[in-house]
Design a protein around this ligand. Sequence first.
Ligand SMILES: *[C@@H]1O[C@H](CO)[C@@H](O)[C@H](O)[C@H]1NC(C)=O
Ligand SMILES: *[C@@H]1O[C@H](CO)[C@@H](O)[C@H](O)[C@H]1NC(C)=O
Ligand SMILES: *[C@@H]1O[C@H](CO)[C@@H](O)[C@H](O)[C@H]1NC(C)=O
Ligand SMILES: *[C@@H]1O[C@H](CO)[C@@H](O)[C@H](O)[C@H]1NC(C)=O
Length: 193
Amino acid sequence: MAKPCVIFMLCSLVIISTSTAAAGGLKEGPEAVEEWFEKLPYAKEKLTKLHFYFHDTVSGKNITSYTVAQSNITFKSPTSFGLVSVADDLLSVGPEPDSKIMGRAQGIYGSDSLEELKLLMILNLAFTDGKYNGSTLSVLGHNPILHKYREMPIVGGSGVFRLARGIATAQTVWYNLTTNNAVVEYTVMVLHY
Ligand SMILES: *[C@@H]1O[C@H](CO)[C@@H](O)[C@H](O)[C@H]1NC(C)=O
Ligand SMILES: *[C@@H]1O[C@H](CO)[C@@H](O)[C@H](O)[C@H]1NC(C)=O
Ligand SMILES: *[C@@H]1O[C@H](CO)[C@@H](O)[C@H](O)[C@H]1NC(C)=O
Ligand SMILES: *[C@@H]1O[C@H](CO)[C@@H](O)[C@H](O)[C@H]1NC(C)=O
């Protein structure tokens, strides 16, 4: 039942963005933002799909995520409850460690379930390449890391992604039990103007 409706919604919202969505073309500053909001009633919402690999490197060379806090039960807890990390993880085009960088996932994640391996994700996806360079998307998500697919809300954005909303779907590509390093595939569907 839901399928035709979803397809219809996507079809009516997708705008093939071959043209002028460049972050470089977007004016910054409070007056420019005000002007942008004034023109909003005439703006068309568009749908953008982003695909990248998230490298969570917690040990070995080039560490990008560090533990910053723990609870008094963290190391007795089967879920490492209360363990909090701050990350500046790489986002790249492919899963390989030397793949082209598209941006960084900067923020905090922490174990917030006593019973299931699950992370609270509070991240900004800060893009550094191409037309999204300088634009960000904010993720506030529930990430049960052992599930095949984890759906996390995109709750906002900046630059090209002003007033964004959407869904990030995460899927682990590999997880090394020795190093605890992981590569996670992200597919992001985002509505913005
Ligand atoms: C660590 O970073 C350096 C410099 O960017 C790079 O040459 C090296 O290949 C990286 N090592 C790993 C294991 O990714
Ligand atoms: C953890 O801290 C709480 C609150 O201070 C305390 O009540 C509890 O006994 C502590 N638990 C352990 C295992 O130390
Ligand atoms: C992204 O934007 C920054 C700041 O404007 C600039 O310094 C950098 O060269 C840009 N990077 C790419 C890959 O275009
Ligand atoms: C996990 O990492 C260790 C240390 O770098 C490496 O020796 C091992 O081959 C890796 N395991 C897998 C399954 O990739």
